[in-house]
Ligand binder design. Structure first.
Ligand SMILES: *Cc1c(COP(=O)(O)O)cnc(C)c1O
Length: 237
């Protein structure tokens, strides 16, 4: 019991501190705190611990693995409307998550988009999606290259059961703080440029970037969803 009590208060304290830092980052750049959403990334964290974060006000969960989401879904105190898929998604796994998430952040191929569109149609609703951008063109990473983005968005506009809401990105791991700041600013510019194009059927309003180590810099550069795992739940074992 003792251990549970301290784990609970530790998660609450971490969330309080994160919210303070987020508010501070907003203040630094003249943004409103309510314009940035804190997502709790749940990978490897049991549902009971995820529910502690929900007790302390978390209203958005981020899921990396289809199988893990399916296993934990019934244990969560939040359901589909408050769950986003953020991990790399294989086409054959879309079926298992389509009725469990409200948005998919990691769309980076037409094949994946077509599958999401098809299954969403079968469920009688449109799926919100973000396009994952590979901002530094790293070969080892998934995501659409910046120069391919306008063409890709045009093609996504053809799908009647996809609602394109914006962009998501993951910075290269090896970057220092100054490089990360530059990276985020570059992706923000991409976001703004493609928003200005007003492609049919596309409403660019969400920019998903920033994790435990760099969320303040992401907020200063226009992020609207920060995805935090270890800063909330502690190091992953
Ligand atoms: C794991 C993960 C996060 C959270 O990482 P932390 O460094 O633990 O905050 C965010 N986004 C994605 C896509 C992830 O896989």
């Amino acid at each position: 019991m003792m251990e549970n009590t301290s784990d609970r208060s530790l998660i609450f304290e971490r969330l309080d501190r994160i919210r303070d830092s987020m508010a501070e980052a907003c203040l630094q750049c003249g943004r409103r705190p309510e314009d940035v959403t804190l997502m709790a990334v749940t990978k490897t964290v049991p549902a009971e611990r995820v529910n502690l974060a929900i007790d302390w006000g978390i209203r958005l969960l981020g899921e990396n693995r289809a199988q893990e989401l399916c296993a934990k879904y019934d244990g969560y105190q939040l359901k589909r409307e408050n769950i986003h898929f953020i991990g790399h998604l294989q086409t054959n796994k879309v079926k298992s998550i389509i009725d469990k998430v409200d948005m998919i952040h990691s769309v980076d191929s037409l094949k994946l988009a077509a599958e999401i569109d098809k299954l969403s149609a079968a469920h009688g609703r449109a799926m919100k999606i973000l396009v994952e951008v590979n901002g530094e063109k790293q070969e080892s990473k998934s995501g659409v290259y910046p120069e391919d983005l306008p063409g890709f968005l045009d093609e996504l506009g053809q799908f009647s059961h996809l609602q394109v809401c914006g962009l998501m990105t993951i910075p290269p791991v090896a970057q220092n703080e100054a490089e990360k700041e530059k990276f985020f600013s570059k992706v923000f510019q991409l976001f703004i440029d493609n928003k200005a194009k007003k492609t049919d059927n596309i409403n660019m309003s969400v920019l998903s970037m920033g994790m435990s180590g760099d969320y303040e810099a992401a907020i200063r550069n226009g992020s609207t969803i920060v995805r935090l795992g270890s800063a909330i739940f502690g190091p992953r074992l």
